[in-house]
Structure formats: structure tokens, C-alpha cells
Ligand binder design. Structure first.
Ligand SMILES: [Zn+2]
Length: 432
């Protein structure tokens, strides 16, 4: 009897839910933009209207056929543009005042999830409606859980594409290299793989737990100990095993790489993108252009480290590496731009997340083409992800990911740091 009552109760609840869904009619919103940036045509348009139907851009133009009762959002004093995209964010890395070796092993996955949520809110409020995590420092899969909770509509945040970990060789940039070798339990990075068999297994494990992307530490790094940014971390056969395994599973793969040998090996193996590529030689830049390898230069972080270094916030060893990197980085970026490589915005935040949006202006300082820079953080990023059909520009049929700022970033890229309207998938996140 008890059981039957329960079943009836459940059936009633389901009925109500279904009725509510049925009653949930299509919603329309009309956004009136004083200025609108068409990143595909590289055109600044005036007095444009966007009709949003549920989560999609239904119409766009000087006039749109809004049904009666459509809610109007007046942005006639603002510049509308597509939702911004940060293709190199980390949600769980905190190195303020400590090294990663010191902080990472003290943070549980639950702790990281909470920090990650806070960071995602900041990113969305800044205008980033889509982010890619190119490996993060969590021993479990917190990034995947956050991605899925956002996709289910349970949490607010940017849509996420996730490489859960940065797969690294023993002693590489994704390992922790300063612990005593005689500890009763070794303290290591979350995903260490050496040799082709272990590499294939590591890629499969990432995919088993939900990876969209695979991330590889192809050289040493700047903010770590004992690994060398100039040395290739894996052999050519190992790089090939990584790319083959990822692509066979229809996943994309990216490499952290500073020195040319590591960049070159990853590009030759068919990696989809390269992060940092600080010390790229001209021939490697040309090969990237030829093969369509995307370049995520992460420029603001270099400025930030050097700035912190002056105030003594960075260790002498890290600062020495950063200076080496900074000297050649600007050259590599120019080289890549001249060679026709497609660049993508990625902030690599080891700084407060509010500053991630400064990557746009950091890129604009090095590249004399603000349309190129805006595309790097919108349509070019969507192309890198293979999602250009659904996001990356204000186009009919695409997701209603729309942001607006008081002034035009094409005139001065720093204006993008003042975004004060954010809509993601038809939902207004903020409108100040
Ligand atoms: Zn990074």
C-alpha cells in the first residue's frame, strides 16, 4: 500500500513536470545594439537588432520580426560582440606566494571544485562564455564534473572544453620535482606517462573519464623546478603515439611547449594547437601555418610574471626562466603572425582571474590588427574547437552568446576589459 501511494505520488509529480515543460513556451528577446561587431566580415555595424529565440540567435539586422510581447534589451549606447573565449584557463592552480609543488598536494579535489566555481563565475562575468582548460592540477577530475554540471544547467558558468590533466614525463613540467626522493610515499604530478604504451594508456584514461582534449607537456616550463623549457620532453615516437591515440578517439590534442624542438615535434606529429611556443624558429612557424596548427601564445602571463618579479613575488630561478622566455616570445609571436599562423586568445592565469581578459590587450600590443585579436578570442577560437557552426560570431542560427562594452575594442583593445553585458545561450548573466 505504502509502495503504491509512493508510485502514484511520483506519477503525479512527473505529470506536473511534463505540464510545466509544455507550458514553457518559446521565449523571445530583442537586443538593440548601438554598435555591433561582425567578426567574420571584420565590419563595425550600427543600429543593429538581434532577435534571440530561446538560446539561439533567430534574426539579426537593422530590423527583426519580433513577435508581440518580446522583451527588449536596450544596448543602444553599447558595442555588442560575440561571447569571448579563453582557450587557456586553469581553474585550480594557485601559486600566490608559494610554488606549485608547495600548493598542489595540499588541495583536495573538493577544495579545487569550490575554487573552480569561483573562478568560472569571474570568467563568465568578464565576458567569457566559452573556455578551454588545457590541463589542470587536480588529482581527480573536478574539471569534468564542473563542465557537466554547467551543461546540465545546474551551475552557471562558461561552456567548458576540458583536458583534465597535463600529461607529463617523469620529472617534466607536469610533475612535482622538489620532494625528497626518500619520502615513504612519492609526491608526483597527477598524470605521468613515459613510453608509448604508458602514453596510450594515459590518453585512454583521460577519455574514459570524459576528456574533450588531451594536453601534453612537450617541454619544461617557466614556473616549475628542474625541468628545462628548451628541451623536448618526449621522443618523436612518443609524440606520434599521443597524437594517434587522441585523434583515433576523435579528441583534439594540444602541447605546452617553449623550446623549438618540442614545438616542432608536436607540430610534426599533428597536434591541433601549441600553447606558448615561446622559442619557435621561422621554419617551425611556417610549418604551423601550413598544417593549420593553432597557436595560443599566452602573452599577458609573461608581462605579469616580469611585473611580479620586480616586486620580488617570484623566485630567482623562475624569474631567470621568465626573462629568457619573454625576450624571445615577442619575436615568436611576430614570426607566427607574419607566417599566417592562426592565433587564439588564452590567458594562462597564475594571476587573479579578474585579469584574464587582459590577454586581449597584451596580444594587441604585439599585433597591429585589432580585428585579428578580437577574432583570436571569438571566431578563430571556435574554429580551433571545431565549434564554428554554433559559437564564435553573431550569426543567425548560432548560440546567443552576446557581450557588450561601452566603448569599441576595435578602437582600443583595452575597452574589452569593460564588458558590462553578458548573455550566454539566451540567459542574461549581467547587465550593468
Ligand atoms: Zn597553462
Amino acid at each position: 500500500m505504502m509502495h503504491r501511494t509512493k508510485t502514484t505520488g511520483l506519477a503525479t509529480a512527473l505529470c506536473i513536470a511534463i505540464t510545466a515543460l509544455g507550458a514553457n513556451a518559446t521565449t523571445y528577446q530583442e537586443i538593440r545594439c548601438g554598435t555591433l561587431l561582425d567578426v567574420e566580415q571584420e565590419k563595425t555595424l550600427t543600429d543593429q537588432r538581434i532577435l534571440v529565440r530561446d538560446d539561439v540567435i533567430a534574426e539579426i539586422g537593422k530590423s527583426v520580426s519580433s513577435p508581440e510581447g518580446t522583451a527588449v534589451i536596450d544596448l543602444s549606447d553599447r558595442v555588442c560582440m560575440p561571447g569571448l573565449m579563453d582557450m587557456h584557463t586553469h581553474l585550480f592552480i594557485d601559486t600566490t606566494g608559494v610554488t606549485l609543488d608547495q600548493s598542489a598536494p595540499t588541495r583536495s579535489s573538493a577544495f579545487n571544485t569550490i575554487k573552480g566555481l569561483q573562478n568560472l563565475k569571474v570568467l563568465l562575468d568578464s565576458g567569457f562564455t566559452t573556455v578551454r582548460v588545457p590541463g589542470d592540477f587536480d588529482y581527480y577530475y573536478a574539471g569534468i564534473e564542473l563542465r557537466d554540471a554547467i551543461a546540465r544547467g545546474e551551475l552557471r558558468g562558461p561552456r567548458m572544453l576540458v583536458a583534465p590533466h597535463a600529461i607529463s614525463p617523469l620529472g617534466g613540467h607536469g610533475d612535482l620535482n622538489t620532494y625528497a626522493p626518500d619520502l615513504p610515499h612519492p609526491v608526483m604530478g597527477p598524470m605521468i606517462a613515459d613510453g608509448e604504451e604508458a602514453i596510450r594508456r594515459a590518453v585512454r584514461k583521460e577519455i574514459k573519464h570524459g576528456a574533450d582534449w588531451i594536453k601534453v607537456m612537450a617541454t619544461g616550463g617557466v614556473m616549475s623546478q628542474r625541468d628545462d623549457p628548451e628541451v623536448s620532453a618526449y621522443t618523436k615516437d612518443e609524440f606520434r603515439a599521443f597524437a594517434e591515440e587522441a585523434h583515433r578517439h576523435n579528441r583534439k590534442i594540444t602541447a605546452h611547449a617553449h623550446g623549438d624542438a618540442g614545438i616542432r615535434a608536436a607540430v610534426e606529429a599533428g597536434f591541433d594547437s601549441i600553447e606558448h611556443a615561446t622559442l619557435a624558429e621561422p621554419e617551425t612557424a611556417r610549418l604551423m601555418a601550413k598544417k593549420g596548427t593553432y597557436y595560443v601564445p599566452t602573452l599577458y602571463v609573461v608581462d605579469w610574471i616580469l611585473e611580479q618579479g620586480q616586486s620580488g613575488g617570484i623566485s630567482a630561478d623562475n624569474l631567470k626562466k621568465a626573462r629568457l622566455v619573454a625576450r624571445k616570445h615577442a619575436g615568436s609571436v611576430k614570426l607566427a603572425y607574419d607566417a599566417g599562423v592562426k592565433m587564439v586568445v588564452g590567458s594562462d592565469p597564475i594571476f587573479p582571474m579578474e585579469q584574464a581578459v587582459r590577454e586581449f590587450n597584451a596580444m594587441a600590443k604585439r599585433i597591429p590588427d585589432n580585428w585579428y585579436v578580437l577574432k583570436a578570442g571569438t571566431i578563430s577560437a571556435a574554429e580551433m574547437l571545431g565549434l564554428q557552426e554554433s559559437i564564435g560570431s553573431l550569426t543567425e542560427g548560432k548560440q546567443a552568446d552576446i557581450v557588450a562594452a561601452p566603448e569599441n575594442p576595435i578602437d582600443d583593445m583595452s575597452h574589452i576589459e569593460s564588458v558590462n553585458f553578458v548573455m550566454k545561450g539566451g540567459v542574461v548573466i549581467r547587465n550593468n
